[in-house]
Design a protein around this ligand. Sequence first.
Ligand code: ARG
Length: 496
Amino acid sequence: MGSKRYLKGRFNKDVTDEMREFIDSTGIDKDMVYEDIWGNEAHLLMLVSVGSIEKCYAREMLNCLQIAKEDIRGNKFELDPTLEDVHLNVESYIIRNCGIEYGGKLHIARSRNDQVVTDVKLRLREEILEVMDSVMGLQNVLLKLASKTVDTIMPGFTHLQHAQPITLGFWATAYVSMLMRDLERLEALYSRVNRSPLGAAALAGTSFKIDRNITAKLMGFDSVHVHALDTVSSRDFVVETFSVLSILMSNLSRMAEDLILWSSREFDFISLPEGYTTGSSIMPQKKNPDAAEMVRGKTGRVYGALMQSLSILKGLPLGYNRDLQEDRSLLWNSLKTTRMSLDVMGGMLSEAEFNKKKMEDVVDESFAAATELANHLVKVNKMSFRESHQVIGDVVSKLADEGKTLRDIDETFALLKKEIDGSIPLNELKKLVDSKRVVEANSSLGGTSPKEVGRMVSSLKSGVKGYRKSVWKKRDKIAKAKELTESEVMDILVNK
Ligand code: ARG
Protein backbone atom coordinates (compact mmCIF):
# COMPACT_ATOMS: atom_id res chain seq x y z
CA MET A 1 0.00 0.00 0.00
CA GLY A 2 1.32 3.44 -0.77
CA SER A 3 0.35 7.04 -0.08
CA LYS A 4 -0.47 9.38 -2.93
CA ARG A 5 2.44 11.58 -3.91
CA TYR A 6 1.94 15.32 -3.73
CA LEU A 7 5.00 16.01 -5.85
CA LYS A 8 4.29 13.54 -8.60
CA GLY A 9 7.10 14.76 -10.86
CA ARG A 10 8.88 11.86 -12.50
CA PHE A 11 7.34 9.18 -10.32
CA ASN A 12 4.89 6.53 -11.38
CA LYS A 13 4.54 4.82 -8.04
CA ASP A 14 3.53 6.11 -4.64
CA VAL A 15 5.80 6.02 -1.59
CA THR A 16 5.12 3.15 0.77
CA ASP A 17 3.32 3.89 4.05
CA GLU A 18 6.39 2.74 5.89
CA MET A 19 8.59 5.17 3.95
CA ARG A 20 6.12 8.01 4.46
CA GLU A 21 6.11 7.48 8.21
CA PHE A 22 9.89 7.19 8.20
CA ILE A 23 10.58 10.53 6.53
CA ASP A 24 7.62 12.47 7.90
CA SER A 25 8.44 15.75 9.67
CA THR A 26 4.89 17.08 10.08
CA GLY A 27 4.75 15.93 13.71
CA ILE A 28 7.56 18.28 14.67
CA ASP A 29 6.89 20.92 11.98
CA LYS A 30 3.50 21.78 13.44
CA ASP A 31 5.27 24.18 15.78
CA MET A 32 6.53 26.21 12.82
CA VAL A 33 3.31 26.76 10.88
CA TYR A 34 3.05 30.46 11.67
CA GLU A 35 6.71 30.90 10.82
CA ASP A 36 6.15 29.14 7.50
CA ILE A 37 3.21 31.40 6.72
CA TRP A 38 5.23 34.49 7.58
CA GLY A 39 7.92 33.30 5.16
CA ASN A 40 5.27 32.80 2.48
CA GLU A 41 3.88 36.30 3.01
CA ALA A 42 7.31 37.92 2.92
CA HIS A 43 8.18 35.97 -0.23
CA LEU A 44 4.98 37.01 -2.01
CA LEU A 45 5.29 40.67 -0.99
CA MET A 46 8.86 40.69 -2.29
CA LEU A 47 7.88 39.02 -5.58
CA VAL A 48 5.23 41.69 -6.10
CA SER A 49 7.54 44.51 -5.22
CA VAL A 50 10.24 43.44 -7.71
CA GLY A 51 7.67 42.65 -10.36
CA SER A 52 8.22 38.89 -10.48
CA ILE A 53 4.55 38.17 -9.86
CA GLU A 54 1.43 40.19 -10.61
CA LYS A 55 -0.45 41.68 -7.68
CA CYS A 56 -3.70 39.89 -8.53
CA TYR A 57 -2.05 36.50 -8.07
CA ALA A 58 -0.36 37.51 -4.85
CA ARG A 59 -3.65 38.91 -3.52
CA GLU A 60 -5.43 35.57 -3.89
CA MET A 61 -2.64 33.72 -2.17
CA LEU A 62 -2.23 36.27 0.63
CA ASN A 63 -5.95 36.10 1.23
CA CYS A 64 -5.74 32.32 1.47
CA LEU A 65 -2.93 32.66 3.99
CA GLN A 66 -5.14 34.89 6.16
CA ILE A 67 -7.81 32.19 6.15
CA ALA A 68 -5.17 29.57 6.85
CA LYS A 69 -4.16 31.49 9.99
CA GLU A 70 -7.78 31.55 11.15
CA ASP A 71 -8.08 27.84 10.46
CA ILE A 72 -4.96 27.16 12.51
CA ARG A 73 -6.35 29.18 15.40
CA GLY A 74 -9.64 27.29 15.14
CA ASN A 75 -7.78 23.95 15.00
CA LYS A 76 -9.09 23.41 11.48
CA PHE A 77 -5.67 23.23 9.84
CA GLU A 78 -3.99 19.94 10.61
CA LEU A 79 -0.74 18.97 8.96
CA ASP A 80 -1.22 16.00 6.66
CA PRO A 81 1.70 13.56 6.98
CA THR A 82 1.28 12.43 3.36
CA LEU A 83 2.47 15.92 2.43
CA GLU A 84 5.85 15.30 4.12
CA ASP A 85 6.34 18.62 5.87
CA VAL A 86 4.89 22.00 6.81
CA HIS A 87 6.04 23.65 3.57
CA LEU A 88 4.13 21.34 1.28
CA ASN A 89 1.13 21.44 3.62
CA VAL A 90 0.90 25.22 3.41
CA GLU A 91 1.46 25.25 -0.34
CA SER A 92 -1.15 22.57 -0.94
CA TYR A 93 -3.63 24.46 1.30
CA ILE A 94 -3.22 27.48 -0.97
CA ILE A 95 -3.52 25.47 -4.15
CA ARG A 96 -6.63 23.73 -2.83
CA ASN A 97 -8.22 27.03 -1.85
CA CYS A 98 -7.06 29.36 -4.62
CA GLY A 99 -6.72 26.94 -7.48
CA ILE A 100 -3.55 25.83 -9.23
CA GLU A 101 -3.50 28.83 -11.58
CA TYR A 102 -2.91 31.08 -8.54
CA GLY A 103 -1.45 28.84 -5.83
CA GLY A 104 0.78 27.14 -8.35
CA LYS A 105 2.81 30.35 -8.58
CA LEU A 106 3.78 30.40 -4.93
CA HIS A 107 6.90 28.30 -5.26
CA ILE A 108 8.78 30.38 -7.80
CA ALA A 109 12.26 31.55 -6.80
CA ARG A 110 12.51 29.40 -3.70
CA SER A 111 12.83 25.85 -2.45
CA ARG A 112 11.96 23.89 0.66
CA ASN A 113 15.68 23.96 1.34
CA ASP A 114 15.77 27.69 2.05
CA GLN A 115 12.26 27.59 3.54
CA VAL A 116 13.09 25.04 6.21
CA VAL A 117 16.11 26.92 7.51
CA THR A 118 14.11 30.17 7.45
CA ASP A 119 11.32 28.65 9.55
CA VAL A 120 13.77 27.12 12.02
CA LYS A 121 15.58 30.43 12.47
CA LEU A 122 12.36 32.40 12.92
CA ARG A 123 11.30 30.08 15.71
CA LEU A 124 14.76 29.62 17.20
CA ARG A 125 15.44 33.31 17.68
CA GLU A 126 12.31 33.66 19.83
CA GLU A 127 13.31 30.61 21.84
CA ILE A 128 16.77 32.07 22.45
CA LEU A 129 15.15 35.20 23.87
CA GLU A 130 13.02 33.07 26.18
CA VAL A 131 16.07 31.22 27.44
CA MET A 132 17.69 34.62 28.08
CA ASP A 133 14.61 35.64 30.09
CA SER A 134 14.91 32.51 32.20
CA VAL A 135 18.64 33.05 32.76
CA MET A 136 17.90 36.56 33.99
CA GLY A 137 15.06 35.26 36.18
CA LEU A 138 17.48 32.93 37.95
CA GLN A 139 20.11 35.67 38.19
CA ASN A 140 17.59 37.91 39.92
CA VAL A 141 16.81 35.24 42.51
CA LEU A 142 20.54 34.79 43.15
CA LEU A 143 21.15 38.53 43.35
CA LYS A 144 18.32 38.94 45.85
CA LEU A 145 19.81 36.16 47.95
CA ALA A 146 23.27 37.71 47.62
CA SER A 147 22.13 41.16 48.76
CA LYS A 148 20.80 39.62 51.98
CA THR A 149 23.79 37.39 52.66
CA VAL A 150 26.96 39.37 51.98
CA ASP A 151 28.02 38.63 55.54
CA THR A 152 26.59 35.15 56.01
CA ILE A 153 29.71 33.09 56.64
CA MET A 154 30.11 29.68 55.05
CA PRO A 155 33.06 27.51 54.09
CA GLY A 156 34.50 27.90 50.63
CA PHE A 157 35.69 24.60 49.15
CA THR A 158 38.46 23.41 46.93
CA HIS A 159 38.63 19.65 46.27
CA LEU A 160 35.44 19.61 48.39
CA GLN A 161 37.67 20.29 51.43
CA HIS A 162 37.26 23.40 53.55
CA ALA A 163 39.52 25.99 51.98
CA GLN A 164 38.81 29.53 53.18
CA PRO A 165 35.78 31.20 54.68
CA ILE A 166 33.48 32.88 52.17
CA THR A 167 29.91 34.15 52.37
CA LEU A 168 26.66 32.88 50.93
CA GLY A 169 26.45 36.14 48.98
CA PHE A 170 29.85 35.41 47.48
CA TRP A 171 28.68 31.92 46.46
CA ALA A 172 25.47 33.29 44.90
CA THR A 173 27.24 36.02 42.94
CA ALA A 174 29.71 33.47 41.56
CA TYR A 175 26.81 31.79 39.75
CA VAL A 176 25.39 35.12 38.59
CA SER A 177 28.80 35.94 37.16
CA MET A 178 28.95 32.55 35.40
CA LEU A 179 25.46 33.02 33.98
CA MET A 180 26.52 36.42 32.64
CA ARG A 181 28.78 34.65 30.17
CA ASP A 182 25.88 32.39 29.20
CA LEU A 183 23.95 35.54 28.35
CA GLU A 184 26.92 36.77 26.33
CA ARG A 185 27.01 33.49 24.41
CA LEU A 186 23.23 33.50 23.84
CA GLU A 187 23.44 37.03 22.51
CA ALA A 188 26.27 36.14 20.12
CA LEU A 189 24.36 33.04 19.04
CA TYR A 190 21.30 35.19 18.33
CA SER A 191 23.32 37.45 16.04
CA ARG A 192 24.44 34.46 13.97
CA VAL A 193 20.95 32.95 13.89
CA ASN A 194 19.25 36.16 12.84
CA ARG A 195 20.43 36.19 9.20
CA SER A 196 17.94 35.53 6.46
CA PRO A 197 18.23 32.34 4.41
CA LEU A 198 15.26 33.03 2.15
CA GLY A 199 16.13 33.40 -1.50
CA ALA A 200 19.03 30.93 -1.43
CA ALA A 201 16.51 28.61 -3.14
CA ALA A 202 17.57 24.98 -3.51
CA LEU A 203 21.34 25.65 -3.48
CA ALA A 204 22.22 27.93 -6.36
CA GLY A 205 20.12 31.08 -6.03
CA THR A 206 17.58 31.73 -8.77
CA SER A 207 17.23 33.27 -12.21
CA PHE A 208 13.94 34.93 -11.17
CA LYS A 209 14.26 38.53 -10.14
CA ILE A 210 14.24 38.65 -6.33
CA ASP A 211 15.43 40.99 -3.59
CA ARG A 212 16.65 39.11 -0.55
CA ASN A 213 16.99 42.29 1.48
CA ILE A 214 13.24 42.87 1.22
CA THR A 215 12.34 39.46 2.65
CA ALA A 216 15.00 39.85 5.33
CA LYS A 217 13.53 43.17 6.40
CA LEU A 218 9.95 41.89 6.36
CA MET A 219 10.91 39.05 8.70
CA GLY A 220 13.02 41.21 11.03
CA PHE A 221 16.34 39.55 10.19
CA ASP A 222 19.43 41.67 10.87
CA SER A 223 21.04 40.75 7.56
CA VAL A 224 21.05 38.22 4.71
CA HIS A 225 22.98 34.96 4.89
CA VAL A 226 24.41 35.57 1.46
CA HIS A 227 26.08 32.49 -0.02
CA ALA A 228 23.25 30.30 -1.30
CA LEU A 229 25.03 26.95 -1.09
CA ASP A 230 26.40 27.70 2.38
CA THR A 231 22.93 28.82 3.51
CA VAL A 232 21.09 25.62 2.64
CA SER A 233 23.93 23.28 3.63
CA SER A 234 24.97 24.66 7.00
CA ARG A 235 23.60 24.00 10.43
CA ASP A 236 26.48 25.31 12.49
CA PHE A 237 23.97 27.63 14.15
CA VAL A 238 22.18 24.51 15.39
CA VAL A 239 25.39 22.99 16.75
CA GLU A 240 26.23 26.35 18.28
CA THR A 241 22.83 26.42 19.98
CA PHE A 242 23.46 23.01 21.56
CA SER A 243 26.94 24.06 22.53
CA VAL A 244 25.73 27.26 24.21
CA LEU A 245 22.93 25.33 25.95
CA SER A 246 25.33 22.58 27.02
CA ILE A 247 27.68 25.05 28.69
CA LEU A 248 24.71 26.71 30.36
CA MET A 249 23.41 23.35 31.59
CA SER A 250 26.86 22.42 32.91
CA ASN A 251 26.78 25.58 35.03
CA LEU A 252 23.29 24.75 36.28
CA SER A 253 24.26 21.18 36.97
CA ARG A 254 27.10 22.32 39.22
CA MET A 255 24.72 24.55 41.11
CA ALA A 256 22.31 21.63 41.42
CA GLU A 257 25.12 19.47 42.77
CA ASP A 258 25.97 22.11 45.41
CA LEU A 259 22.35 22.15 46.56
CA ILE A 260 22.09 18.35 46.60
CA LEU A 261 25.19 18.11 48.78
CA TRP A 262 24.07 20.94 51.01
CA SER A 263 20.67 19.33 51.60
CA SER A 264 22.29 16.12 52.87
CA ARG A 265 22.33 15.41 56.60
CA GLU A 266 26.12 15.63 56.56
CA PHE A 267 26.19 19.20 55.27
CA ASP A 268 22.81 20.40 56.52
CA PHE A 269 23.31 23.86 55.00
CA ILE A 270 19.96 24.10 53.27
CA SER A 271 16.37 23.02 53.58
CA LEU A 272 14.85 22.71 50.13
CA PRO A 273 11.21 23.75 49.77
CA GLU A 274 8.61 20.98 49.85
CA GLY A 275 7.31 22.06 46.46
CA TYR A 276 10.60 21.03 44.90
CA THR A 277 11.25 17.78 46.79
CA THR A 278 9.59 14.38 46.98
CA GLY A 279 9.28 11.56 49.46
CA SER A 280 10.04 7.89 49.33
CA SER A 281 7.51 5.13 48.75
CA ILE A 282 9.01 3.12 51.59
CA MET A 283 11.06 5.42 53.86
CA PRO A 284 8.66 7.86 55.50
CA GLN A 285 11.40 10.23 56.67
CA LYS A 286 12.83 10.93 53.19
CA LYS A 287 12.86 14.34 51.53
CA ASN A 288 14.66 13.94 48.25
CA PRO A 289 16.13 16.81 46.20
CA ASP A 290 14.53 15.57 42.96
CA ALA A 291 14.30 18.93 41.20
CA ALA A 292 18.02 19.55 41.57
CA GLU A 293 18.77 15.94 40.60
CA MET A 294 16.68 16.29 37.46
CA VAL A 295 18.52 19.45 36.46
CA ARG A 296 21.75 17.46 36.81
CA GLY A 297 20.22 14.51 34.96
CA LYS A 298 18.68 16.49 32.11
CA THR A 299 22.05 18.10 31.43
CA GLY A 300 22.98 14.79 29.82
CA ARG A 301 20.13 15.17 27.36
CA VAL A 302 21.43 18.49 26.09
CA TYR A 303 25.01 17.17 25.82
CA GLY A 304 23.54 14.26 23.87
CA ALA A 305 21.89 16.66 21.42
CA LEU A 306 25.22 18.39 20.89
CA MET A 307 26.92 15.10 20.02
CA GLN A 308 23.99 14.00 17.88
CA SER A 309 24.00 17.23 15.87
CA LEU A 310 27.75 17.05 15.30
CA SER A 311 27.42 13.42 14.22
CA ILE A 312 24.64 14.27 11.77
CA LEU A 313 26.81 16.91 10.10
CA LYS A 314 30.09 15.04 10.08
CA GLY A 315 29.83 13.07 6.87
CA LEU A 316 27.39 15.23 4.90
CA PRO A 317 28.39 16.26 1.41
CA LEU A 318 27.89 19.95 0.70
CA GLY A 319 24.30 20.85 -0.17
CA TYR A 320 20.98 20.13 1.53
CA ASN A 321 20.64 16.56 2.77
CA ARG A 322 17.52 15.13 4.34
CA ASP A 323 19.57 14.09 7.37
CA LEU A 324 19.34 17.75 8.46
CA GLN A 325 15.69 17.23 9.31
CA GLU A 326 16.79 15.31 12.41
CA ASP A 327 17.91 18.49 14.16
CA ARG A 328 14.48 19.88 14.94
CA SER A 329 13.11 17.67 17.69
CA LEU A 330 16.50 17.88 19.39
CA LEU A 331 16.38 21.65 19.17
CA TRP A 332 12.94 22.26 20.64
CA ASN A 333 13.48 19.61 23.26
CA SER A 334 16.84 20.99 24.44
CA LEU A 335 15.56 24.55 24.52
CA LYS A 336 12.56 23.53 26.61
CA THR A 337 14.69 21.41 28.93
CA THR A 338 17.10 24.29 29.50
CA ARG A 339 14.35 26.81 30.10
CA MET A 340 12.56 24.52 32.57
CA SER A 341 15.80 23.79 34.39
CA LEU A 342 16.49 27.49 34.82
CA ASP A 343 12.96 28.19 36.04
CA VAL A 344 12.94 25.27 38.46
CA MET A 345 16.29 26.30 39.94
CA GLY A 346 15.03 29.86 40.40
CA GLY A 347 11.79 28.72 42.04
CA MET A 348 13.59 26.29 44.32
CA LEU A 349 16.27 28.77 45.40
CA SER A 350 13.82 31.57 46.09
CA GLU A 351 12.00 29.40 48.65
CA ALA A 352 14.98 27.54 50.09
CA GLU A 353 15.96 28.12 53.70
CA PHE A 354 19.61 28.36 54.57
CA ASN A 355 20.92 27.04 57.85
CA LYS A 356 23.19 30.01 58.49
CA LYS A 357 24.19 28.89 61.96
CA LYS A 358 25.39 25.54 60.68
CA MET A 359 27.33 27.16 57.85
CA GLU A 360 29.13 29.47 60.25
CA ASP A 361 29.70 26.82 62.94
CA VAL A 362 31.33 24.57 60.39
CA VAL A 363 33.79 27.31 59.51
CA ASP A 364 34.56 27.92 63.17
CA GLU A 365 35.27 24.27 63.69
CA SER A 366 37.64 24.15 60.75
CA PHE A 367 41.09 25.45 59.91
CA ALA A 368 39.67 27.80 57.29
CA ALA A 369 41.53 30.80 58.77
CA ALA A 370 44.94 29.15 58.27
CA THR A 371 45.76 31.00 55.04
CA GLU A 372 45.06 34.35 56.66
CA LEU A 373 47.31 33.46 59.60
CA ALA A 374 50.10 32.55 57.21
CA ASN A 375 49.51 35.83 55.35
CA HIS A 376 49.83 37.69 58.62
CA LEU A 377 53.25 36.24 59.36
CA VAL A 378 54.40 37.43 55.95
CA LYS A 379 52.98 40.91 56.38
CA VAL A 380 53.92 41.57 60.00
CA ASN A 381 56.74 39.18 60.85
CA LYS A 382 58.47 39.61 57.48
CA MET A 383 58.63 35.88 56.94
CA SER A 384 58.71 34.45 53.43
CA PHE A 385 55.39 32.87 52.46
CA ARG A 386 56.95 29.41 52.18
CA GLU A 387 58.25 29.65 55.75
CA SER A 388 54.99 30.95 57.17
CA HIS A 389 53.11 28.22 55.26
CA GLN A 390 55.33 25.66 57.04
CA VAL A 391 54.95 27.29 60.48
CA ILE A 392 51.15 27.37 60.28
CA GLY A 393 51.15 23.88 58.74
CA ASP A 394 52.99 22.60 61.83
CA VAL A 395 50.57 24.40 64.15
CA VAL A 396 47.57 22.92 62.29
CA SER A 397 49.08 19.45 62.39
CA LYS A 398 49.64 19.59 66.14
CA LEU A 399 46.18 21.01 66.85
CA ALA A 400 44.56 18.43 64.59
CA ASP A 401 46.35 15.61 66.41
CA GLU A 402 44.67 16.76 69.60
CA GLY A 403 41.28 17.18 67.97
CA LYS A 404 41.52 20.98 68.25
CA THR A 405 41.28 23.87 65.77
CA LEU A 406 42.71 27.39 65.37
CA ARG A 407 39.72 28.58 67.35
CA ASP A 408 41.16 26.94 70.46
CA ILE A 409 42.99 30.15 71.07
CA ASP A 410 45.13 29.27 74.05
CA GLU A 411 46.59 26.20 72.42
CA THR A 412 47.07 28.03 69.14
CA PHE A 413 48.76 30.91 70.91
CA ALA A 414 51.07 28.57 72.81
CA LEU A 415 52.04 26.72 69.65
CA LEU A 416 52.63 29.91 67.70
CA LYS A 417 54.68 31.30 70.51
CA LYS A 418 56.93 28.33 70.27
CA GLU A 419 57.28 28.62 66.51
CA ILE A 420 57.67 32.36 66.07
CA ASP A 421 58.60 33.81 69.36
CA GLY A 422 55.08 34.71 70.38
CA SER A 423 54.93 37.85 68.31
CA ILE A 424 51.19 37.80 67.64
CA PRO A 425 49.44 39.30 70.67
CA LEU A 426 46.56 37.19 71.91
CA ASN A 427 43.81 39.69 71.12
CA GLU A 428 45.16 40.13 67.60
CA LEU A 429 45.27 36.38 67.14
CA LYS A 430 41.62 36.20 68.13
CA LYS A 431 40.80 38.68 65.38
CA LEU A 432 42.96 36.87 62.87
CA VAL A 433 41.11 33.58 63.22
CA ASP A 434 37.71 35.25 63.25
CA SER A 435 35.99 34.20 60.03
CA LYS A 436 34.09 37.47 59.62
CA ARG A 437 37.34 39.39 59.72
CA VAL A 438 39.04 36.95 57.35
CA VAL A 439 36.23 37.42 54.86
CA GLU A 440 36.44 41.19 55.23
CA ALA A 441 40.21 41.18 54.80
CA ASN A 442 39.94 39.71 51.31
CA SER A 443 38.99 43.06 49.87
CA SER A 444 40.86 42.70 46.59
CA LEU A 445 38.91 43.10 43.34
CA GLY A 446 36.50 40.16 43.13
CA GLY A 447 37.23 39.04 46.71
CA THR A 448 34.94 38.01 49.57
CA SER A 449 34.69 41.24 51.54
CA PRO A 450 31.05 42.27 52.01
CA LYS A 451 31.87 45.64 50.49
CA GLU A 452 33.35 44.06 47.37
CA VAL A 453 30.47 41.56 47.10
CA GLY A 454 28.04 44.48 47.45
CA ARG A 455 29.85 46.25 44.65
CA MET A 456 29.69 43.11 42.49
CA VAL A 457 25.96 42.77 43.21
CA SER A 458 25.35 46.28 41.84
CA SER A 459 27.58 45.79 38.84
CA LEU A 460 25.98 42.42 38.02
CA LYS A 461 22.54 43.99 38.45
CA SER A 462 23.35 46.64 35.89
CA GLY A 463 24.75 43.95 33.59
CA VAL A 464 21.44 42.07 33.78
CA LYS A 465 19.59 45.31 33.11
CA GLY A 466 21.63 45.78 29.95
CA TYR A 467 20.64 42.33 28.68
CA ARG A 468 16.97 42.97 29.56
CA LYS A 469 17.11 46.02 27.35
CA SER A 470 18.80 44.11 24.58
CA VAL A 471 16.15 41.34 24.70
CA TRP A 472 13.43 43.96 24.70
CA LYS A 473 14.96 45.64 21.62
CA LYS A 474 15.16 42.32 19.76
CA ARG A 475 11.53 41.48 20.58
CA ASP A 476 10.51 44.94 19.50
CA LYS A 477 12.29 44.52 16.18
CA ILE A 478 10.50 41.20 15.61
CA ALA A 479 7.13 42.71 16.53
CA LYS A 480 7.69 45.68 14.21
CA ALA A 481 8.65 43.36 11.35
CA LYS A 482 5.44 41.38 11.93
CA GLU A 483 3.45 44.61 11.81
CA LEU A 484 5.23 45.69 8.65
CA THR A 485 4.43 42.38 6.94
CA GLU A 486 0.81 42.56 8.09
CA SER A 487 0.36 46.12 6.92
CA GLU A 488 1.87 45.39 3.50
CA VAL A 489 -0.35 42.32 3.20
CA MET A 490 -3.37 44.47 4.12
CA ASP A 491 -2.37 47.07 1.53
CA ILE A 492 -2.51 44.44 -1.17
CA LEU A 493 -5.73 42.87 0.12
CA VAL A 494 -7.57 46.17 0.60
CA ASN A 495 -6.29 48.41 -2.22
CA LYS A 496 -7.55 46.43 -5.18
N1 ARG B 1 11.20 18.44 5.70
C1 ARG B 1 12.47 18.90 5.26
C2 ARG B 1 13.36 19.21 6.45
O1 ARG B 1 12.84 19.25 7.48
C3 ARG B 1 12.28 20.14 4.46
C4 ARG B 1 13.21 20.30 3.36
C5 ARG B 1 13.02 19.21 2.39
N2 ARG B 1 13.75 19.42 1.22
C6 ARG B 1 13.93 18.49 0.33
N3 ARG B 1 14.58 18.78 -0.74
N4 ARG B 1 13.44 17.29 0.50
O2 ARG B 1 14.53 19.40 6.36
